[in-house]
Design a protein around this ligand. Structure first.
Ligand code: ADP
Ligand code: 5GP
Length: 207
């Protein structure tokens, strides 16, 4: 039986740079898959359905919730965001790692269902940096930005649920830190030990 893949969750406050860091990670050749989320929000300029998100209407999204098709979901500033469960389960069952980039309410739901997953919190160098990043992105109205800033302050308090905290000072440094964490996770005694236990059992059978 092959070892299950690792479920990797990158989360953190809105505007901290999760999307930016995730895209930079997947620009390189990595040996884990990305779970494309579903959302009911409007497509932004340059976004592609099935690449950035699977774009759904609110009604379609609510049907998916009812049908149990989502591993987790959250209503975030009036729009739904969620992770399709099938792709995640199929990928980890095949022994491949899968990477989720989601907000903190969703990460909390994943923690309840998959406590063994790897939880990485992306943190801003400071709260002021976070606010200026949200404003600088220029994709939302002032009202939405204010709502997201209020939310971000609460989200930072959720850090205690995570295994690692990565500061997003420079994107390339954050990417390196995250890759190192994933590599180290694979070397954890609990993950490696099983392989040696099985080998020892086989040797004993032969004797
Ligand atoms: P999130 O997905 O967490 O909401 P984004 O990836 O959309 O955040 O990033 C928010 C804004 O911050 C964007 O304008 C992005 O270019 C900028 N940003 C991301 N990472 C950094 C960084 N390390 N330094 C400066 N600006 C950054
Ligand atoms: P945006 O509208 O900026 O693309 O995303 C808003 C927030 O939703 C970001 O914090 C992003 O990480 C989060 N998000 C994206 N996909 C998912 C998802 O599948 N589930 C949850 N819970 N949050 C998501």
């Amino acid at each position: 039986m092959s070892e299950k893949g690792l479920l990797i969750v990158l989360s953190g406050p809105s505007g901290v740079g999760k999307g930016t860091v995730r895209k930079a990670i997947f620009k390189d050749n990595v040996d884990f898959e990305y779970s494309i989320s579903m959302t009911s929000r409007e497509k932004r300029a340059g976004e592609v359905d099935g690449v950035d998100y699977f774009f759904k209407t609110k009604e379609e999204f609510e049907n998916l919730i009812k049908q149990g098709e989502l591993l987790e979901y959250a209503k975030y500033v009036n729009n739904y965001y969620g992770t399709p469960v099938k792709y995640v389960r199929d990928t980890i069952d095949m022994g491949k790692d899968i990477f989720l980039e989601i907000e903190v309410q969703g990460a909390e739901q994943v923690k309840n269902k998959f406590p063994e997953a790897l939880f990485i919190f992306l943190a801003p160098p400071s709260i002021l940096d976070l606010e200026s990043r949200l404003k600088g992105r220029g994709t939302e109205s002032d009202e939405v930005i204010q709502e997201r800033i209020k939310k971000a302050r609460k989200e930072i308090k959720m850090m205690y649920l995570y295994d690692y905290v990565v500061e997003n000072d420079e994107v390339e440094f954050a990417v390196e830190r995250i890759k190192c964490i994933i590599k180290s996770e694979h070397l954890k005694r609990e993950r490696v030990e099983l392989k040696y236990r099985r080998a020892l059992l086989e040797l004993e059978d032969e004797i």
